[in-house]
Design a protein around this ligand. Sequence first.
Ligand code: NAD
Length: 386
Amino acid sequence: MARLNWGMVGGGEGSQIGPVHRIASALDTRFDFKAAALDADAEKGRAYARSLGIAPDRAYGTWQEMLAGESNRSDKLDLVTVATPNATHFEITKAFLEAGINVLCEKPMTVTVEEAETIVATAKRTGTICAVNYGYTGYPLVRHMRAMVARGDLGKIRLIVVEFSHGFHADASQADNPRMRWRYDPSQAGVSGQFADCGIHALHMASFVSGQNAHMLSADFASTIASRELEDDAMVNVRMDGGTTVRLWTSSVAVGSFHGLNIRVFGEKGGLRWAQQWPDQLFWTPLNGRTETMERGMGGLSADAERATRIAAGHSEGMLVAFANIYADLADVIEAGRAGRAPTPEALHFPTAEDGLRSIAAIRASVASSRAGGAWVVAEPASLKR
Ligand code: NAD
């Protein structure tokens, strides 16, 4: 099978998420890393791309040079990952989609709802794929939770409790550290701090597992460190469009919590519990029954979980494989498109631009709700109302 050509914008040397994308895209050897504009500093970006094995004529200084250089090649890129700071996602993603190149955009996809709607419309018009990197939905046991809910094992889902709370920004003496400060500065982060950074991962996880989207929400934001203009802690209550209630807590001052992405799903026939720091175990308690531990890699799990698993039970896989599963989905869909056939249904679980748009609408709604003392606000974007 011909390999796919992959490029990246952002994710330069020393960045947080760049190395994760490079490893995840390479894991299944279906993508070749062919072109890049990796850094805000053009010379640094070119040099780093060359050091990673990119040919000199495809190691670009800026994304605009990359777009111009890559648009009309016969060995065109099949996918570009956009891993730059949030406020630049819209312009870069839109430009590559317009050039007919599929994009995997980091979250949050855009800053405004209008921009997100433009991305959805651009992907539709140009026939390109725009995915958004809610990479934690790539974990095999998260996909198994979704499969269990979809096939009715839990019955009606009454309640989901989800949290993404870490303690990495809890040290008040570090609040002025530039790497931390920008996240709470509206001129750089937008209208929301912690909810836009981590809360939307939790909300997307609840949507992914339940197959429902946020309909209304009520939010309470707090800046627990006084110098922070934007929230570092948020509690958000959500009514989903399928009737499920979601209780969501996100925080960056939760000392002792590390990555802190956990989800509990309570249905009329049983409950599920999963934590990202221990991703290879899923706990299932049928109503009035005993708790069963499901181990990733053991037989008898769903086709979705088996497809997402690379190595046997007992060996840790973790975040790199979860993100690699998003790349595997995209590779399947791109290859199927090339061959003129339908992709395998299990490949269609990657988060899309519509999911990105729903998140931006939820960010805007939660800011409005918090400012209005927790008033209930419509969370679904008007353009996607079912
Ligand atoms: P970072 O500040 O560590 O790195 C950003 C990189 O982008 C740097 O190398 C910088 O030089 C480069 N850059 C900036 N402007 C550029 C431009 N115009 N052209 C090319 N390169 C440019 O940031 P990060 O923590 O890696 O976050 C990047 C994005 O990834 C953010 O949108 C963030 O929300 C997202 N993120 C997602 C996850 C996830 O779990 N999905 C985790 C962390 C970060």
